[in-house]
Design a protein around this ligand. Structure first.
Ligand SMILES: [Zn+2]
Length: 236
């Protein structure tokens, strides 16, 4: 079955776009340098930036919010995000505070990466105003009210700002609550987020997503995969 949405691959990150009332909803916004890639990706499927009515942010990290300010400015899109994200957006803060690397192997890898690269950890601050939509808890109505057959779930564990979207057909846009990138599997992630605030919360969020009828997961990093994989991990 075709998903309700299209994926746009920006390198290591995927963003997603789908039709909604009067236009389109975009999920996440890539790294700060990804703006052109997003515009081009949208153009390839005949969508212009002005048609983006909503920008749904799965959490506050720089590879998800990097161009949020630019997209908001270019499209006047309304942001949809979890209440905990507001101070991060307003400060362009991609903080990993309170989280730890998923494995020793990954921790060593990141130490090497950080030694050789000077990647920014700040993005342009995003002002949140009355026009934006702040999610306070699981929400089964909002997306439906704009023509999207899906619900919003609060899914902490990677960050305390994390949301997922589950569609009526069992597809899940899961942000970073699950990963499926081959390199990261090698480094010991095994579908878990590479940075974790609480392993228990990650597994709780997985269980919650499964209990809502998940079939196919679409992570922000890597390819989509079947629910059964996650179910098997949980029973170990
Ligand atoms: Zn993240």
């Amino acid at each position: 079955m075709m998903p309700f949405f299209k994926s746009i691959k920006l390198g290591l990150v995927n963003v997603f776009v789908m039709p909604c009332k009067n236009g389109y909803l975009l999920v996440d916004s890539g790294y700060p340098e990804d703006f052109e890639k997003i515009i081009n990706g949208l153009n390839q499927i005949n969508i212009s930036i002005e048609q983006i009515r909503y920008l749904f942010l799965t959490h506050h990290h720089i590879d998800h919010c990097g161009t949020a300010a630019a997209i908001k400015a270019a499209s006047q899109a309304r942001i949809i995000a979890y209440k905990q994200i507001i101070p991060y957006l307003e400060n362009g803060n991609s903080s990993l505070d309170g989280s730890h690397p998923v494995s020793k192997r990954f921790a060593i890898f990141m130490r090497l990466v950080n030694r050789f690269s000077k990647t920014a950890d700040k993005y342009d601050s995003v002002s949140v105003d009355n026009n934006d939509i702040i999610i306070e808890s699981d929400n089964s109505q909002l997306l439906r009210s704009i023509g999207i057959p899906a619900e919003i779930l609060v899914t902490p564990g990677h960050t305390d700002t994390s949301l997922s979207i589950i569609f009526d057909n069992g597809d899940v846009i899961c942000g970073d609550i699950a990963f499926n990138h081959p390199l990261l599997h090698l480094l010991g992630s095994r579908y878990q987020p590479i940075y974790i605030q609480s392993e228990n919360l990650v597994f709780e969020s997985w269980r919650k997503i499964i209990s809502k009828g998940a079939i196919r997961w679409f992570p922000s990093h890597g390819k989509d995969f079947k629910n059964i994989i996650i179910s098997n991990k949980l029973s170990i």
